[in-house]
Design a protein around this ligand. Structure first.
Ligand code: ADQ
Length: 452
């Protein structure tokens, strides 16, 4: 199979997934280095680490402001997570977005060889395919969107929405996490663009171009994650958590500190649970691990403050000298440590308001002891709910906007008998193990190679 050349715009959830994929397939990772550099002559770096070649470029401070903090994370990210209230529409940042995509195309096109597959990732790079085509790249080019695609009625609030989607039709294959996001995209192409759309095959025909849209739910790197669980580091993390919670049930949340993850709403749900069941405050300790992200964007500073306030309030109201119901930790941990924490926690609380997939939900289940598994409480608005929540037989599904619903789910999870916990675990574990990141990569690359 030809080498895959990936282009990724983000650090974060997808970075780990793509690293695994590249180790297996070979190829080059191309993307932003995460560094600021105002000297364009020294802005590209080639590196080789654990069998993966990376070609990364630095961005100028203006590019970071307009492209990354601006259009990508203050326009597209909130809009694609249905948050019109947080979405900013600025002509300057939109221009910065186009400029940086052009700059990436200029840098990456000389690295592309004739039989390469090119795989572009995520909302930072929506127009990259079109920019590459303009430079004469005729290779097969695929695109994968890691986040939701919003409903048409929301998406059309974006100035020049049509221009953005037109650029996407230069891809041969466009991947979405779920059918729901794929259908929203097809709806837009049919109703707003007037494209010819075959919903069954996902084929979109428009002005002589043909693109195919399909769903490819991303998975975790199962083997790597299980190997983390075998380490001493993981075992120590598990013991550390268990010994600190003693006879109380540990409930855990692990998320980037992002308003899409529903963290204040989650705290409201826990607070409601304590209000409704004062006799059970001593049964539960909630651990929220939330490393800050995108700290230069104001909405992220706001969510951090709000969360601090809420955890402070509930701890103030419910704590005793020997009891603090919520532990809120602002830092990252290794996957080995997270594995240990997940295993020690009898409830995993994953309640985003909107999420493309959510890998934490899958990691939580993957870390459970099959003979005594914990319960996953999962938002019905996460892409993962389409795989893990089928007919409420796997995860306990909740409306993450509703404190009553979250409170009820916590009570159900706390009281769930072992037989039901095992049955729910069995329903989820097969897809988590088999539909892993390697299977996801193979499916996408094979389909991309078969286009045209
Ligand atoms: P994210 O929004 O970053 O990803 P998610 O899918 O949950 O969300 O991935 C987060 C990853 O970061 C997980 O592997 C998790 O273990 C890790 N992580 C989170 N908190 C951590 C911490 N405190 N310490 C260490 N690691 C931590 C985006 C989309 C998702 C989509 C992924 C992949 O928003 O919907 O599932 O890409 O496509």
């Amino acid at each position: 199979m030809p080498k895959a050349r990936g282009a990724a715009g983000a650090q974060g959830g997808l970075a780990g997934a793509l690293n695994s994929a590249l180790k297996d397939f070979g190829g080059i990772w191309f993307g932003w280095s995460g560094q600021e550099n105002n000297d364009p002559a020294n802005s590209i770096h080639l590196d080789r680490h654990e069998g993966v070649t990376t070609a990364t470029v630095d961005l100028s401070s203006r590019d970071i402001e307009e492209y990354y903090n601006g259009y990508a994370n203050s326009t597209l990210w909130p809009l694609f997570h249905y948050r019109l209230d947080l979405t900013q529409y600025e002509r300057e940042t939109a221009k910065g977005y186009e400029r940086v995509n052009e700059h990436f195309a200029e840098r990456v096109s000389p690295l592309i060889e004739p039989d390469d597959l090119v795989w572009v990732h995520d909302y930072h790079l929506l127009p990259l395919g079109e920019r590459l085509r303009a430079r004469g790249v005729t290779n097969r080019i695929g695109f994968f969107l890691h986040i939701p695609w919003p409903p048409t009625r929301l998406f059309v609030s974006l100035p020049y929405h049509e221009r953005l989607v037109r650029t996407m039709l230069d891809y041969d294959l466009i991947g979405f996490q779920t059918d729901e996001w794929r259908e929203s995209f097809l709806h837009y192409c049919r109703e707003e663009l007037g494209a010819q759309v075959d919903a069954a095959t996902g084929t979109i025909r428009f002005e002589g171009k043909t693109a195919i849209a399909r769903a490819y739910p991303i998975g975790i790197d199962w083997e790597h994650f299980q190997a983390q669980g075998e380490t001493e580091e993981s075992r120590l993390a598990e013991i550390r958590l268990l010994s600190s919670t003693r006879d109380r049930t540990a409930m855990i949340g692990v998320d980037r500190l992002d308003y899409s993850k529903g963290l204040p709403e989650r705290i409201d749900g826990i607070s409601r649970f304590f209000d409704q069941h004062p006799d059970r405050v001593r049964d539960l300790v909630f651990i929220q691990i939330a490393p800050p992200s995108r700290e230069d964007v104001k909405s992220y500073q706001d969510i951090r403050m709000l969360l601090e306030q809420k955890t402070g309030q509930i701890n103030g109201a419910q704590s005793e000298v020997d009891l603090v119901p919520i532990r809120y930790v602002n830092r990252g941990y290794s996957h080995a440590e997270l594995y240990g924490f997940f295993r020690a926690a009898k409830i995993g609380l994953v309640t985003p308001l909107r999420d493309g997939m959510n890998l934490v939900a899958k990691e939580y289940v993957a870390a459970q002891d099959p003979d005594d598994p914990g319960v996953l409480i999962l938002s019905r608005f996460a892409g993962a709910a389409q795989q893990l929540g089928v007919e409420d037989r796997g995860a306990v599904l909740v409306n993450s906007y509703s404190p009553d619903d979250i409170s009820h789910a916590i009570r159900v999870a706390l009281d769930m008998p072992l037989a039901e916990r095992k049955a729910r675990y069995e329903t989820m574990i097969t897809t988590i193990r088999d539909d892993n990141v390697q299977a996801w990569t193979s499916r996408f690359c094979e389909d991309l190679a078969a286009t045209r």
